[in-house]
Write a protein that binds this ligand. Structure first.
Ligand SMILES: Cc1cc2nc3c(=O)[nH]c(=O)nc-3n(C[C@H](O)[C@H](O)[C@H](O)COP(=O)(O)OP(=O)(O)OC[C@H]3O[C@@H](n4cnc5c(N)ncnc54)[C@H](O)[C@@H]3O)c2cc1C
Length: 425
């Protein structure tokens, strides 16, 4: 297999750090070997290195090549699947959900400050109601959060107040979470990787893992090398199973696509997103958007329900952006790209141990900027001997789709179509 460079995207075009890490040749040893150089793998590598472990990180392409370097950059509080966690784990689940809510944000903030990572971190995130009835759920959600003591960071915005917040008539209100926000994800991921390397983590790019094993003497085989480690982590949304039956049927791949306009003028920016909020709508098959630091509109969503990449992303996404913001009809699209979201049926990230000394965590259902950092910490804690949160997360029962390798995309396409119909009704 040939390692791939970054796809053309706004993020790759504005990456601060161009370091190329070497390809692994021969055999190396470490306390922990991590497969995958996205947020999951990089965040775990940095956490473990900060705790004094020797770490080898193996990335098939480039650091942040996958979803981590392509996403909407929305740093959203909480994780997906919170209701399922509470349902399955009761009061322990409710506490876990509260404890995790902003933990990913804290980790990101601490690292941005400590390692001086320039990644355009900005605050303010909003979920907007795509249907009037979605406001009922949002009001109840905000009320619950106020009971949890989060009242100073979260507020309902009723429809009549929307013009203060966003320059669109597409939505029926929403709520703002001022503790959440947005980042340049590739710069964050590469910045964390550079921090990990500065602490001694050996990072290899262009190094595809072809096989691995846990047990008493874990090992990882790459195309041209091998790692012998005390512990192996399959870190992130990696669709290969490496012969591990425990990974079967957990994640389904779904495409999501983003366009970036040319930089907008100050008055155009003020007319669309005056508070610089990152925004997601309340549909299951949702649209999301935000302004980049250089004032481009980054507008994302799902382009089609067949689960095949569209031939021309801009031809589908530009009209959608103009539907929400007619004032942007003449804004030129300068970048268009897509990536793969890993959907888990109950939406809860899948975390566990496949055999002694072999861990995995993956499947954030489009909600991974903060959740990757939380799950990386939970797995790192377990490796270092603190297992409370890991035990809870690994107790969650997941619905596995037995024939997902064969029919996964068709099943997902059908599921998406169903949700799209529901969103429209
Ligand atoms: C278009 C898009 C928009 C999104 N928007 C948001 C958003 O706004 N907010 C949010 O919270 N989440 C968002 N997400 C989801 C979020 O990006 C992901 O959940 C998160 O980045 C997953 O990180 P990861 O490290 O687990 O996986 P990835 O970033 O995909 O990393 C996995 C890495 O493993 C490598 N790899 C694969 N196989 C092998 C192998 N055999 N050997 C070695 N390496 C291998 C890949 O090359 C890849 O770099 C979005 C996702 C997409 C695609």
């Amino acid at each position: 297999m040939t390692a791939q460079d970054y796809i053309r995207s706004y993020y790759a075009a504005t990456a601060n750090d161009q370091t190329r890490y070497p390809v692994l040749e021969g055999t190396v040893k470490a306390d922990v070997c991590i497969v995958g150089g996205g947020f999951s793998g990089v965040a775990a590598a940095l956490t473990l290195a900060e705790r004094g472990r020797s770490v080898v990180l193996l990335e098939a392409n480039r650091i942040g090549w996958g979803a981590s370097g392509r996403n909407g950059g929305q740093m959203i509080g909480g994780i997906s699947g919170e209701e399922a966690i509470k349902r399955q784990l009761g009061s322990a689940g409710a506490k876990l959900v509260r404890d995790m809510r902003y933990r990913g944000h804290q980790i990101i903030e601490e690292r941005v400050a400590k390692y001086n990572i320039a990644c355009d971190l900005a605050y303010g995130w909003m979920e907007v109601a795509a249907r009037p009835k979605h406001m009922d759920h949002m009001r109840a959600y905000v009320e619950g959060r106020m009971k949890d003591g989060d009242g100073d960071q979260i507020e309902v915005v009723e429809k009549h107040r929307m013009p203060e917040v966003l320059g669109t008539e597409s939505y029926y209100g929403g709520y703002i979470d001022r503790r959440s926000g947005h980042v340049h994800p590739l710069n964050l991921c590469r910045g964390e990787a550079a921090a990990a390397a500065s602490l001694g983590v050996e990072i290899f790019e262009g190094t595809k893992v072809v096989n691995l094993s846990g047990g008493a003497k874990p090992w990882v085989q790459t195309e041209r090398g091998r790692v012998e480690a005390g512990t192996v982590i399959i870190g992130g949304e990696i669709f290969e199973k490496f012969g591990q039956p425990g990974l079967k049927g957990l994640m389904l791949p779904a495409g999501s696509y983003i366009i970036a306009t040319e930089p907008l003028t100050g008055s155009e920016t003020a007319s669309v997103d005056p508070q610089n909020l990152a925004v997601a709508d309340s549909n299951v098959v949702l649209d999301y958007f935000r302004m980049s630091a250089d004032r481009r509109m980054l507008f994302g969503g799902r382009c089609n329900y067949t689960n095949r990449d569209p031939k021309d992303i801009a031809a589908v996404m530009h009209p959608r952006m103009v539907q929400v913001f007619p004032q942007l009809k003449n804004a030129r699209v300068e970048f268009k790209w897509g990536g793969t979201i890993a959907i888990v049926v109950n939406r809860v990230p899948a975390v566990g141990r496949l055999s002694p000394n072999l861990y995995y965590f993956q499947g954030y259902s489009g909600h991974g900027v903060n959740a990757t950092h939380i799950m990386a910490e939970i797995v790192s804690d377990a490796i270092c001997g603190t297992t409370e949160q890991f035990d809870l997360m690994s107790r969650i029962k997941h619905i596995r789709l037995p024939l997902s390798d064969v029919f996964g995309n068709y099943m997902l396409a059908l599921g998406m179509l169903y949700y799209r119909m529901r969103d429209l009704m």
